[in-house]
Design a protein around this ligand. Structure first.
Ligand code: MSP
Length: 659
């Protein structure tokens, strides 16, 4: 059957696996992921490509410095990159590595074709070369005469003289300018397009596209002492990965027809020239259509300036995910940096965004609403009495959806999120204005009762719609909101068109109140409190599309026997002062009574615990938590929706062994 769905092909840059990636790289990838998720959710036939750019002198030297072959070296880093994407829940459809045969072979074919048709020729080359950028610079571009430094990396450039192959960029300059002018959307944002246009107008020189000074690259097929310039190699990934010229005879794989030309190449502004000049010219020379859009976003900076692997001041996103969870990080990156411009990263700002937008605005709206449905409507979402509806949230929702879609169409992720928060914040205000607790005082049959039903319905509906609109951005929260509202099925599998219409919550839906969506983080105390919580159940490193599963290390029965598990009866429990997550428990294990401090205060009241028979690790070294001794650890199961203590199925005397 013909697939007439709209198509969407989006790519990220392929990253250099010279060192682990940082929060800046994660930004590009999370943004591309949100766009891919949005298009999939809309039912478009979507392809999301990312990968790694593994050749070049920089990698060759880096590997040598740690006594590894380049391939061994990159294999290790790439595995780490894939783990990072998995932690950030990047839903890529394919991950291309430029060392894969499917890529190398086709790059050679491309080079050969361009040579055969005279667009690549051999000549002598001399110039200043920066290993960091893998690029030549002209005399005027290298800065700080007479020290000769790279304008980007601030590191010394090298004088390189070699016989090389050249690509006729100059020949296509006019055609490229005409294309840019005829397609104002091709290079975005507009300020960057203007830079590119004036650069081309200064005149393009032919590009040196081969190297003989190192070997870690794809050999020129007809002259193997040369390797192909790493940018020609790298840029080609966007077509090799979807099966361009699969057999060397011009026959393409099935993805090619579906997805070329790409809809968006999402890249950082530093690599815009490669994507807006070299890449389109390569495609023109190959007689292929150009990508529809190249979007150069701004950088994520630190207060102290640019973050870079070279400068060693990078922020590790894996640590942040472990500390704050995946959704706060994704939200922060996508909300905080104005799209297209630079933004400054700080942990304080991340915590603030989480506390204000996620915990306060969104989280409280959910807990207040579900609490009121519980209290004033017996836990069931009332039907909407049309006569008593004010239409305030419904009308706003219509505007918000339109604003959201328009923002996403222009890749403006922060404003799409801002649109959702207009609804969230208006709904919070609506609670204060309508004061449902007063409406609930009206006697049965009074019109106040109908008004209450309308208010509650509108609030639930605003939350349902927010969950829907959040699907592209957050990976856990929409499902949690959905579950607490008691809605059927999975929000992610909803039909987008129907789901964004008003009135999707069926009357009579039984809400299922749960844990707060986002506990507030105290930046200073946060780490201490988090450290004393029961260890959360490890979440398998899951990627919806393609990334590797986490590897589980197996232990022997002897390893397990080292852990002494015993049944304990809780004799008393009390809160720990100034630690809102901790409870101090006295537990009995047979004859012995022990004190255990545990981070379960947000899940159990002290009174509800007394008399419970739980399972504890009895041979754990005692530790002090907030200065209070804790001799053991209790077992609890937890996930994003909450925490439950492990208890015994039938009564059994305390102190009994568990194995
Ligand atoms: N390998 C090339 C890209 C080849 S694409 C055919 C490359 N790799 S990179 O690892 O150095 O950078 C990849 C991307 O990360 C670039 O888009 C770059 O702009 C982006 N970023 C690197 N540091 C960044 C920030 N601090 N902030 C935002 N993006 C950042 O270039």
């Amino acid at each position: 059957m013909a697939d007439n769905r709209e198509r969407f092909y989006i790519t990220t840059p392929i990253y250099y696996p010279s060192a682990n990636l940082h929060i800046g790289h994660s930004y590009t990838t999370v943004a591309a992921d949100a766009l891919a998720r949005y298009h999939r959710f809309r039912g478009h036939d979507t392809w999301f490509l990312t990968g790694t750019d593994e050749h070049g002198l920089k990698i060759e030297r880096k590997a040598a410095s740690v006594d590894k072959t380049p391939q061994d070296y990159v294999d290790g880093i790439v595995a780490g990159i894939q783990r990072l994407w998995s932690a950030l829940r990047i839903s890529y459809d394919d991950f291309i590595r430029t060392t894969e045969p499917r890529h190398e072979r086709v790059v050679q074919q491309i080079f050969q074709q361009l040579f055969n048709q005279g667009d690549i020729y051999k000549a002598e080359y001399e110039g200043w070369y920066c290993v960091g950028c893998e690029a030549f610079y002209t005399e005027t571009q290298v800065k700080e005469w007479p020290d000769k430094k790279c304008p980007d990396h601030d590191k010394p450039v090298e004088w390189v003289k070699e016989e090389s192959y050249f690509f006729r960029l100059s020949k296509y300059a006019g055609r490229l300018l005409a294309h840019i002018e005829a397609n104002p959307d091709f290079i975005q944002p507009p300020s960057r397009r203007n830079e590119i246009v004036s650069f081309i107008k200064q005149g393009l020189e032919d590009l040196c596209v081969s190297r003989t000074t190192f070997t870690w690259g794809i050999p020129v097929p007809f002259d193997p002492k040369h390797v192909i310039y790493v940018w020609v190699d790298a840029l080609s990934n966007y077509i090799t990965a979807i099966g361009y010229d699969q057999n060397g005879e011009g026959e393409h794989g099935p993805l090619w027809e579906r997805f070329w030309p790409a809809d968006v190449h999402l890249i950082g502004k530093d690599i815009l020239r490669f994507h807006a000049i070299i890449w389109p010219i390569l495609l023109m020379a190959l007689n292929l259509p150009l990508p529809k859009k190249v979007f150069g976003h701004g950088w994520v900076l630190l207060q102290s300036g640019k973050m870079s692997k070279t400068r060693g001041n990078v922020v590790d996103p894996l640590e942040l995910v472990a500390k704050y969870g995946v959704d706060p990080i994704r939200y922060y990156l996508l909300r905080e940096v104005p799209f297209g411009q630079d933004g400054v990263y700080s942990e304080e700002a991340l915590v603030l965004r989480t506390n204000v937008d996620l915990a306060n605005d969104l989280g409280n709206l959910l807990s207040r609403t579900t609490q009121m449905v519980d209290k004033f409507a017996g836990g069931e979402v009332p039907a909407l009495p049309a006569a008593d509806d004010d239409g305030i949230l419904r009308d706003l929702a219509g505007e918000v959806v339109a604003e959201y879609e328009a923002a996403l169409d222009r890749l403006d992720l922060p404003n799409a999120l801002a649109a959702i928060w207009r609804l969230v914040n208006r709904a919070n205000k609506y609670i204060d204005e309508t004061a449902p607790w007063n409406l609930a005082k009206a006697p049965a049959g009074d019109s106040g009762r109908n008004r209450l039903a309308a208010v509650l319905y509108n609030l639930v509906e605003s939350l349902r719609l927010s969950a829907v609109l959040l699907v592209p951005f957050l990976v856990e929260t929409p499902g949690r909101i959905w579950a607490q509202l008691g809605l059927p099925g999975e929000v992610r599998s909803s039909d987008y068109g129907a789901a964004v219409g008003w009135g999707g919550t069926p009357a009579g839906t039984r809400i299922a109140r749960g844990q707060p969506l986002f506990p507030r983080i105290d930046l200073k105390a946060g780490e201490a409190a988090a450290a004393s919580e029961p260890a959360p159940a490890p979440t398998p490193a899951r990627a919806e599309h393609g990334a590797e599963e986490g590897v589980v290390e197996l232990i022997s029965i002897d390893d397990f026997a080292k852990v002494q598990l015993r049944v304990a009866e809780i004799v008393s429990a009390e809160k720990v002062e100034k630690a809102d997550k901790l409870l101090k428990l006295q537990v009995r294990l047979g004859e012995e009574t022990r004190q255990i401090v545990s981070g379960i205060a947000q899940h159990y009241t002290p009174e509800s615990l007394v008399g419970k028979r739980i399972v504890v690790v009895a041979n754990l070294k005692p530790v002090k938590l907030r200065g209070i001794e804790s001799a053991g650890m209790l077992l609890a199961a937890s996930n994003e929706d909450g925490l439950t203590l492990v208890t015994t199925d039938r009564p059994i005397v305390s102190g009994s062994k568990v194995k």
